[in-house]
Design a protein around this ligand. Structure first.
Ligand code: PXP
Length: 240
């Protein structure tokens, strides 16, 4: 079965907009798992713009399902990952001013550094994944680095309006990854309209999806929240 990892970063984005505790990404993770997700993904960025250190600690402690810790390959993140020992670490590129993870990791240009980094995680029992563009050069590099997993960046596919050529790139890359022994995941920009064709790629074993699900939850849940508020207000006035 194709696994679904739910990324709860943007629950934290909404929480941080007001600086309080609500909505709590850990509570959101539990709802996602109860609804059929297989694992939880969270990206601890250098600038802590959404997920924070305490969120990662609580996700590790309070959520029994596999935790995929997305992080840049920095000494600071390595120390946190070695302390938390999540199920998996997905290494992503991180640029300070970017709105989201804009492209894949250039694994081919940094084989030596990433090999050492991945070895430290592997020694701690953490499964290492590299978030890369659907490019055979990057997949071959992941193999040389010793990462057992790659996650294909589906951003170009999603932003192209699910074009046939971008889909073909993903299909070819997933086939190539599997043929060289890599476990292949995919994610970024997936939504109800474009997920089907990606989910049909037989070599993929996991999709990681976040922003769309959190955005869509507003539409799925706003009616219920307003109804509850209406009821509480009316009860306070003795109307119901
Ligand atoms: N996978 C990785 C490695 C990511 O960096 C992201 C975005 O944070 C996702 C999956 C999820 O992308 P989206 O939020 O667009 O669904």
């Amino acid at each position: 079965m194709l696994r679904l990892g739910v990324n709860v970063d943007h629950v934290a984005t909404i929480r941080n907009a007001r600086g309080g505790q609500h909505p709590d990404p850990v509570a959101a993770a539990k709802i996602a798992l109860a609804a059929g997700a297989d694992g939880i993904t969270a990206h601890l960025r250098e600038d802590r713009r959404h997920i924070r250190d305490d969120d990662m600690r609580r996700l590790r402690r309070e959520v029994a399902a596999p935790l995929n810790f997305e992080m840049a390959a920095t000494d600071e993140m390595l120390a946190i990952a070695l302390e938390l020992r999540p199920h998996a670490c997905c290494l992503v590129p991180e640029r300070r001013g970017e709105v989201t993870t804009e492209g894949g990791l250039d694994a081919a240009a940094n084989v030596a550094g990433l090999t050492e980094f991945a070895a430290a995680l592997r020694a701690a029992g953490v499964r290492v994944s590299l978030f890369v563009d659907p490019d055979p050069r990057q997949l071959d590099a992941a193999c040389r680095i010793g990462a057992p997993v790659v996650e294909l960046h589906t951003g170009s596919y999603a932003h192209s309006g699910a074009s046939a050529s971008e889909l073909e790139r993903l299909e070819r890359s997933a086939r190539h990854a599997a043929s060289i022994g890599l476990e292949c995941h995919a994610g970024h920009g997936l939504d109800f309209g474009n997920v089907g064709a990606v989910a049909a790629i037989p070599e993929l074993v996991e999709l990681n999806i976040g922003h769309f699900l959190v955005g869509e939850a507003v539409f799925g849940g706003l009616g219920g929240s307003v109804r509850t508020m209406r009821r509480l207000m009316d009860m306070a006035r003795g109307a119901r």
